[in-house]
Design a protein around this ligand. Structure first.
Ligand code: HPA
Length: 273
């Protein structure tokens, strides 16, 4: 099998052939949170299946296409549709988009996701800036031989979520009158939701929100030295016995309601990068 560096190089080469382009920023948008992509100007849309070695996503609400274009004055690549570990993809596939971004020379990664609110202050419709994470997925995308061209063997996660970007996000949110809470995200594999005992344990560990994505992408982004900003949309409460289990339709519904605020917030942040 071709190694990841060659696969990514061939995918990047394909994209560069479609358009000569040096993206500064990559966006990975969660379920139902794809509307930022509509604001991208001078778009070139490329279905995932056309990109060599790119996995193809299966969950409804995920388009499975890449958008290249200009957003708030910056060349960007936006991944509409992400790969979840619970779908059966390996960690290398889940994080392929991040490797691709790094190969294209991007400096920043913005990630959004849907999450359950463990902290009683987090309710459906809230936006939560992720300040740190707990990897509870039982694996790590960096396991295996390390290619020093892609990043160091032992990658620091001390500032996985960029402090300057977080400060900028809070400043912009305050100026725009958008309530942006903040907290720690715990990543689980899913697809089953959490038991009351698990949620109690996660709360004890200091987790504020729980979700089934983001952690692998952020680990690889830091390995590749991308600066990360991540925001969760709280779609349901996730507190012990009161775990209000979110159906996929409900996730899309909440995401649809706060989508415009989130899109505005991200656009204002992007403008100031
Ligand atoms: N648990 C895990 N993942 C989620 C949840 C949840 O309650 N809500 C949205 N994604």
């Amino acid at each position: 099998m071709m190694n990841i560096k060659k696969q990514v190089a061939s995918a990047a080469h394909y994209l560069q052939q479609q358009r000569s382009f040096d993206p500064e920023l990559g966006l990975i948008l969660g379920s139902g949170l794809g509307q930022v992509a509509e604001e991208i100007e001078d778009q070139l849309v490329i279905p995932y299946q056309d990109i060599p070695h790119m996995p193809v996503s299966t969950v409804s609400g995920h388009a499975g296409q890449l958008v290249m274009g200009y957003w708030c004055g910056h060349p960007v690549v936006c991944f509409q549709g992400r790969f979840h570990y619970y779908e059966g993809y390996g960690m290398k596939e889940v994080t392929f988009p991040v490797r691709l971004l790094a190969a294209l020379g991007a400096k920043y990664l913005i990630v959004t996701n849907a999450a359950g609110g463990i902290n009683p202050d987090l309710n459906p419709g809230d936006l939560m800036l992720i300040t740190d994470h707990i990897n509870f997925m039982g694996t790590n995308p960096l396991i295996g031989p390390n290619d020093p061209d892609l990043g160091p063997r032992f990658s620091s996660m001390t500032t996985a979520y960029d402090r300057d970007l977080a400060t900028l996000a809070q400043e912009v949110a305050a100026k725009e009158g958008i309530k942006l809470k903040q907290g720690i995200y715990i990543g689980v594999t899913g697809p089953s939701f959490e038991t009351p005992a698990e949620l109690k344990a996660f709360a004890f560990w200091g987790a504020d929100a729980v979700g089934m994505s983001t952690v692998p992408e952020v680990i690889v982004a830091r390995h590749a030295d991308l600066r990360v900003l991540a925001i969760s949309v709280i779609t349901n409460t996730a507190r012990g016995e009161a775990h209000e289990v979110a159906q996929h339709g409900q996730v899309l519904d909440v995401a649809g309601k706060v989508g415009p605020d989130l899109a505005r917030l991200l656009a204002r942040i992007c403008t100031q990068l």
